[in-house]
Unconditional design. Structure first.
Lengths: 114, 114
């Protein structure tokens, strides 16, 4: 049981390049989330998904797109990377919509945009 | 406006000192409260959570937190810290009306000197 895994762990992009971050969970969780973590800002929600085939915007969705084609995977895409997107990205999942449920986090992806 | 406030950005303690990290939130209505910890180079892990019942909750590694509804607070405590408690601590809240979405504070970096 690997929990939540993220690929890649590190990436360096040039401004304007695109990339996709992959998140996978093996806990059969319905909900999945993408956060970014910036120094002094805590974690901010980018997008989330309440089930296969559904996605919704979070706090800071601009410049990102997501897809949830399979229940276990949640992809985060950057179509045209900008230096402001330099951050650490965390994926998380939770069992269902109950607000007291714990979210399980992946190890993070450190992205640098030059 | 920051809706989950952690007033201490960096706390430095010696081993065996007592710890209290403040967390206040500004939401009305039903809330569920969490403390997550991020050890250096690792992903976020749940320390403890409160959603109902006894307002004093105990978590892993000797941590506890007290929910004081009248003060909109959920402070984290530990009577005697260890060097291994060096980490960043995040307070987070879910609201009854926003199913499963976590709102994070900015985090408190705790450094414990041996």
């Amino acid at each position: 049981n690997a929990g939540v895994t993220q690929t890649p762990k590190f990436r360096v992009l040039k401004t304007g390049q695109s990339m996709t971050l992959l998140c996978a969970q093996d806990m059969n969780h319905e909900y999945m989330y993408w956060y970014r973590q910036d120094p002094g800002m805590g974690l901010r929600l980018i997008h989330y998904s309440v089930g296969e085939g559904t996605t919704a915007k979070g706090e800071v969705p601009d410049g990102y797109n997501v897809s949830r084609l399979k229940k276990q995977n949640f992809l985060l895409g950057l179509e045209s990377a900008a230096p402001s997107q330099t951050s650490v990205y965390f994926c998380a999942s939770s069992r269902d919509s109950a607000p007291y449920n714990e979210q399980f986090f992946g190890p993070g992806t450190r992205l640098t945009v030059l | 406006a920051q809706s989950v406030s952690q007033h201490n950005h960096h706390v430095i303690l010696s081993e065996a000192a007592s710890l209290e990290l403040g967390c206040n939130y500004s939401y009305g209505g039903t809330v569920n409260l969490f403390w997550y910890v991020q050890y250096p180079g690792q992903h976020l892990q749940l320390l403890l959570k409160y959603f109902s019942g006894d307002p004093l909750v105990k978590g892993i590694k000797g941590f506890e937190a007290e929910f004081i509804k009248s003060k909109f607070s959920f402070n984290l405590r530990k009577p005697s810290v260890q060097w291994s408690d060096t980490a960043e601590y995040f307070c987070a809240v879910t609201r009854g009306s926003t199913l499963g979405r976590l709102y994070f504070g900015r985090g408190t970096q705790l450094t414990v000197w041996p």
